[in-house]
Every structure is written in structure tokens, then in C-alpha cells.
Design a protein around this ligand. Structure first.
Ligand code: BG6
Length: 506
């Protein structure tokens, strides 16, 4: 979890593999730059970007400046700020497959140690395609680069494996070189402002706990919908699908945050133990029953904001007869005392009508409704709506009397709206996560057993979907709310998917 501003960190050296890539430009450097602007980086820090192309330091810094100007939440960089920040950045050409070329990193680390007269944290950031992870880890080890369990860290992006077997194999190999406490597996959803607030909301308010269980909660919906299509990521996505891309990680982690038992403190392992327990308590999916708890879809062509957009099968690097799902809806149960019988519905998809990440907790009906016949409005069940993005806020929907002489009811919202803060004022997930890495806090990072438990849970669905093709793909047009089978999945239990506009309806 983020530290208070007066906590000082060790000096830090970031070595970014994939230093010229998209992630470095869009997320890592803008996040480091914003931390720098807010005085959250250690006084002594260095960033060594590495890649196969030839760059001078000056040219490399310029390419990063362009990226910051385009992607930073704080807008275009001011000359003076940028020059100070960029003086800490250097570039080193290297072939990541060749261990001999890692020696230079060692020399640079030694030189910085000598200059700072301090022992820095060494942070190896693997911003590369997953197939290079093990090579990098092994080459770090072979070239005897700094690997002190307390100060050396390795950062790994998702996807972490492509199924349970590959995730286990990857964990096994990494753990022969690094200790678990050195490995930071990123799930950027955990760094989002509102997601972090769920813990505060649940565990810093005494009124929540008595309500937070099967006695009062009827069902939970976790919905992450995106308007964008697959764009230029067809090569990756067509082998992955949305179940691997979003459900195995982001959506299941949101579910864990809602369903976990209160941790006794905020130690990384204490919190992560509580999350793993949720995954372990989730009802196993029987291979023959996948169709009763899961629905999938693939987008066809359509129109978005007046522009014609291609269907998934027409996207670059996607097979013309692809069976890959771009939409998934699933129903889960958590078999423990707190949640017995409460369905958790998850849905996520590309090219949908709106981009929005929402968690809705619907409370049970009042036991006896006295008002229905006296007022025109049918009272709604209470809902707690946690809006992660694009709007950030938590609203509690309840019934109240409309002011006036009549006894007529209306649905009203109690809103926690982030005090009017705009998105650009809130730290990006990567800022929070990078700061945690610098200070050595693993609470918001995925532990090996967490990743494996999430894979284990969804394997029956993955296997079933891979071996049973959908004859009717594409089955939803761009700019819609997804396929009909997803509506049917929830409708058969007597519910429907909530959208933000509906949740906002008075
Ligand atoms: C990534 C997925 O992990 O998360 C993408 O690979 C997805 O497919 C993205 O678009 C969504 O993240 P955010 O922060 O934009 O909601």
C-alpha cells in the first residue's frame, strides 16, 4: 500500500528491459515522471533503459519526452522539470538473450554505488513479451548481477503464463533464481485509486461489516466493459481471449477484494492470504456444466461514434475464422459462511457500448413493503455502486421520501465523489505500484499461489471453450451491450446487468 509522504526510500536503480517499447512509453516513464514531480522518488535514482536499437542517451531521453508529453496525466512536461528528471536516465543497447551483454549493467550499478556511497535497490523491470522472462532472469543470474534478497527486485507484467501448467512452470523457474519476496507480479487493477479504497471502505467503517454477508447481500456484479476493439494487439489477443486477458487477473482480483475476510493488518502476506482463501473457497466449475455458468461472445462489425469499425475477425493478425472470445460473462459462488448462496456475476468485453468498470452490490429486499400501494414509485433494493472508472466514486442508493405533501418515495444516492477530483489529479495505477516496488511493499502484487489459484479456477472454462467452437460467432455487434446468451445467463436467476446510467437513475 502507498506510503505516507514523509517515508524515505533507498536510492533505486531501474533497469528496464523493453526500454524502447510501448509499456515503457505509455505507463512506466510517465508514472516515474509524475512521482518525480511529486517528490516521491528517492533523491538518488537512475533509470537505465535497454533495447536492441541504437540510441544515444540524448536521443533516448527525447523519445521518452515525446511519450510523457503524450501520455502523462500531468500533460506536457515543463522544460526545467524534464531536464532534471531526464538527467537520471541513460540508455544501454543490449541483446537480452546474450548473458555476456549483461556485464555492462553490473559496471553501471557499481559506478552508481560508488557515486552515491549508498546501497541502492536494484529493480529489474521486464517490460517485454512473456517469452523472454525466463531468459532475462537466467541471464541476470548467470552474469552475477546484483541479487541481494533485500534490495533486488524483479517486476513481471501479465500475462503470467497462459494456463495453470505454464504459470506453475514459470513460477518454478523464477523461484530458482529469486525469492518470492523479490518478485513483483503486476495486476494494474490493484493499483487503481478506487480499488484501493474498497479496503478502506470495508475495513475502516464499522457499519459495513455487519451488512457485508449473505444475510443482507443478494448478489454482486463486477462489470468491466470497454468501448475499444482489439486494435493492433490481434497477434497477442487471438491466442489469449478475454478470459485470459481480463477475467483470470483483473476481475477475479476485484472479486477477491470484495469477498475477502478482514485481514488482521496490512502486511502483504496477511492481505494476500485472505485473497487466496477466497479463490480457494470458490465453487469448482464442473467441465460438463460450463454452459450453465458462463457465456461468451465475439464482436462483429458496427458503428462507433459515427465511424464504421471492423468486426473482430477482420482485425489485424486475427484468424478470419477465429473462435476467440472478446466477451465473457460468468457466475461464481464463494462457498464459505459469509457468502454461501450469493451469486457473483462477472462480465467483461471489448467493443461494448460504454467503457466503465463498476462493482454493484445489491442488498436484499425489505421484508415487507408498506409503501408500494401508497406511492407511484416501486421501491428499489438498496445498492452500493463502486465506480472504478472512468468516473470514480462510491454511491449508496436508498429510498427516501420526495419532499412535499405527498408520501411519495424516490431513489436517492449518498455519494462519495472524490471531492470533485478529476482523473488527471489522481495518481495512475502505475504510480502507486512503482512507489510500492521502490519501498518493497508487495501487498498489491500477485503472489505465486494467487496466480495459480486463479488459473486453476478458470481452467475448466478455458478447456471447454477451446474444444467447443461457437458456431454463431460473431454474436454481438460493436457498440452493443454484448451477446444475448450473457443476458440469459443472469436473467435465468431473475436479475439483469446493471449499467452506470441505470445505477444513476433516480
Ligand atoms: C489490460 C488488458 O490488462 O487491461 C487490456 O490486457 C485491457 O486488454 C486493459 O484493455 C484495461 O485496462 P484499463 O486500465 O484501461 O481498464
Amino acid at each position: 500500500m502507498p506510503k505516507t509522504s514523509d517515508q524515505e526510500s533507498n536510492p533505486a536503480i531501474f533497469i528496464i528491459f523493453g526500454g524502447t517499447g510501448d509499456l515503457t512509453k505509455r505507463k512506466i516513464i510517465p508514472a516515474l515522471y509524475n512521482l518525480f514531480l511529486e517528490n516521491r522518488l528517492p533523491e538518488n535514482f537512475a533509470v537505465i533503459g535497454t533495447g536492441r536499437s541504437k540510441f544515444t542517451d540524448a536521443k533516448y531521453r527525447n523519445s521518452l519526452l515525446e511519450a510523457v508529453d503524450e501520455f502523462s496525466r500531468s500533460g506536457k512536461a515543463r522544460n526545467e522539470d524534464w531536464s532534471k528528471f531526464a538527467s537520471n536516465i541513460t540508455y544501454q543497447i543490449a541483446n537480452i538473450k546474450d548473458a555476456a551483454e549483461y556485464k555492462e549493467f553490473g559496471s553501471r550499478i557499481d559506478a552508481l554505488k560508488e557515486e552515491w556511497k549508498e546501497n541502492p535497490s536494484i529493480i529489474y523491470y521486464c517490460a517485454v513479451s512473456p517469452e523472454y522472462l525466463c531468459t532475462i532472469a537466467e541471464n541476470i543470474s548467470k552474469s552475477k548481477l546484483e541479487n541481494n534478497q533485500d534490495t533486488t527486485r524483479i517486476i513481471i507484467e501479465k500475462p503470467f503464463g497462459s494456463d495453470l501448467k505454464s504459470a506453475k512452470a514459470l513460477n518454478k523457474r523464477l523461484l530458482t533464481i529469486f525469492d518470492e519476496k523479490q518478485i513483483y507480479r503486476i495486476d494494474h487493477y490493484l493499483g487503481k485509486e478506487v480499488v484501493q479504497n474498497i479496503m478502506a471502505f470495508r475495513f475502516a467503517n464499522s457499519i459495513m461489516e455487519p451488512l457485508w454477508n449473505r444475510n443482507h447481500i443478494e448478489h454482486v456484479q463486477i462489470s468491466v466493459t470497454e468501448q475499444i476493439g482489439i486494435g493492433s494487439r490481434g497477434g497477442y489477443f487471438d491466442n489469449a481471449g478475454i478470459l485470459r486477458d481480463m477475467v483470470q487477473n483483473h476481475l477475479l482480483q476485484l472479486l477477491c477484494t470484495i469477498a475477502m475476510e478482514p485481514p488482521i493488518n496490512f502486511d502483504a502476506d496477511v492481505v494476500r492470504n485472505r485473497k487466496v482463501e477466497v479463490l480457494q473457497a470458490m465453487r469448482k466449475i464442473l467441465p460438463g456444466k460450463v454452459d450453465t455458468i458462463a457465456a461468451r461472445g465475439q464482436y462483429g462489425p458496427g458503428w462507433v461514434e459515427g465511424k464504421e469499425v471492423p468486426g473482430y475477425r477482420e482485425e489485424e493478425e486475427v484468424a478470419p475464422n477465429s473462435n476467440t472470445e472478446t466477451y465473457a460473462a460468468l457466475k461464481f459462488y464463494v462457498d464459505n459462511w459469509r457468502w454461501q448462496g450469493v451469486p457473483f456475476y462477472l462480465r467483461t468485453g471489448k467493443r461494448l457500448f460504454k467503457t466503465s468498470s463498476l462493482i454493484t452490490i445489491q442488498f436484499r429486499e425489505v421484508p415487507h413493503n408498506m409503501f408500494q400501494s401508497e406511492a407511484g414509485h416501486v421501491p428499489k433494493q438498496n445498492r452500493l455502486v463502486i465506480s472504478i472508472q472512468p468516473d470514480m466514486g462510491i454511491r449508496f442508493q436508498m429510498e427516501g421520501k420526495t419532499p412535499g405533501l405527498e408520501m411519495s418515495l424516490n431513489t436517492v444516492d449518498m455519494v462519495f465523489d472524490y471531492a470533485g477530483k478529476s482523473k488527471s489529479e489522481s495518481p495512475e495505477a502505475y504510480e502507486t505500484l512503482l512507489l510500492d516496488i521502490i519501498s518493497g511493499d508487495q501487498t498489491l502484487f500477485m503472489r505465486a499461489d494467487q496466480v495459480e489459484a486463479a488459473w486453476e479456477l478458470i481452467m475448466p472454462v478455458l478447456n471447454f471453450w477451446e474444444s467447443n467452437k461457437m458456431a454463431n460467432f460473431p454474436n454481438y455487434p460493436a457498440d452493443s451491450w454484448g451477446p444475448e446468451n450473457a443476458e440469459a445467463l443472469i436473467a435465468k436467476d431473475g436479475f439483469h446487468w446493471f449499467s452506470l446510467s441505470e445505477n444513476n437513475k433516480k
